[in-house]
Design a protein around this ligand. Structure first.
Ligand code: 9D3
Length: 277
């Protein structure tokens, strides 16, 4: 995967590729990145990238000219021309914008299979809509909160996609469900039919984790985790997943595939919290 990032703040991305999984993926040639300064595609003395909105209103809008030139420099033609000569395009042009469709793990999985991802970072009030219309395959938002621009969102998309590229995580088990194509909603069970934990979005939230020391600040780690009864541990973790999901993301429970035992447990947990109220 090659990432091409178009931004007025190229320095923003310096640290992103210098740490952790992204650094290793880059070093191993699993990903490559080009960061492109939008101002390099201006021609006036002041390197103007923005202008006042037609129709009035607050703030400034990124001009279409520099964006179009940046894309041309990357060999990206307008959508209409691209579709004509490429039957199975392995490149996507993505506009990061607060008006975009929600970025999800499912979309990260799709994007991770591309050869090239071009990420356009908006700033100010946004980018002239003709850039979207002429060049962009999708407009993405990373969530319902207001950022100052598309740079942080682009970094989020790069991180989420990179860790799904085969080999990017080394031997970490954390993305096995995603990497090997097991659907989020599918429940993987052991021989006793107890579901193993579901990592990644779409299933339940993860269970709480503990490590040494067994007692910290007067708090014991749960005894069940110290006793080595792996069936009991699995049951406890599944219950904790249900509790955490009910408390923090009840919306996920509607889509999760739950066993009969899960449903009984969930009903009991709901009764508990009903009694407290
Ligand atoms: C008058 C309303 N505008 C400012 C409050 C709307 C607005 C313009 C520009 C809101 C945000 C931005 C800059 N944000 C992004 O470019 C952005 C973004 C975001 O704000 N939230 C979640 N995902 C993304 S992706 C790009």
């Amino acid at each position: 995967m090659r990432f091409e990032i178009v931004t007025i703040f190229p320095g923003f991305f310096a640290g992103i590729f210098e740490n952790g999984i992204l650094r290793r993926a880059l070093a191993e040639g699993l990903v490559a990145v080009g960061v492109h300064d939008l101002r390099e595609f201006t021609h006036d003395r002041h390197r103007t990238v923005d202008d006042r909105p037609f129709g009035g209103g607050e703030g400034m809008v990124l001009k279409p000219g520099p964006m179009a030139e940046a894309l041309a420099s990357l060999g990206i033609a307008p959508k209409t021309e691209r579709q004509a000569d490429e039957p199975a395009p392995r490149t996507r042009v993505i506009l990061l914008s607060a008006q975009g469709r929600p970025f999800t793990q499912a979309l990260a999985r799709e994007l991770a299979t591309l050869d090239r991802m071009v990420l356009l970072c908006g700033r100010y009030e946004g980018v002239d809509e003709r850039v979207n219309q002429l060049y962009c395959d999708m407009e993405l938002s990373i969530g319902d909160y207001v950022l100052s621009g598309g740079e942080l969102a682009a970094a989020v998309v790069v991180d989420a996609a990179t860790r799904l590229i085969p080999g990017a995580l080394g031997n970490e088990a954390s993305s096995e469900f995603e990497s090997f194509g097991v659907a989020d909603a599918e429940i993987d069970t052991d021989v006793e039919g107890v579901p193993r934990s579901q990592h990644g979005a779409g299933g339940l939230l993860d269970y709480p984790h503990y490590t040494r020391p067994a007692e910290f600040a007067g708090l014991r780690a749960p005894e069940v985790l110290l006793n080595g009864d792996h069936l009991e541990i699995r049951r406890w973790r599944r219950e904790q997943q249900l509790r955490k999901t009910l408390a923090n993301r009840p919306d996920l429970l509607e889509r999760a595939t739950l066993s009969a035992e899960d449903r009984k447990l969930l009903a009991a947990i709901r009764r508990e919290s009903g009694e407290e109220a």
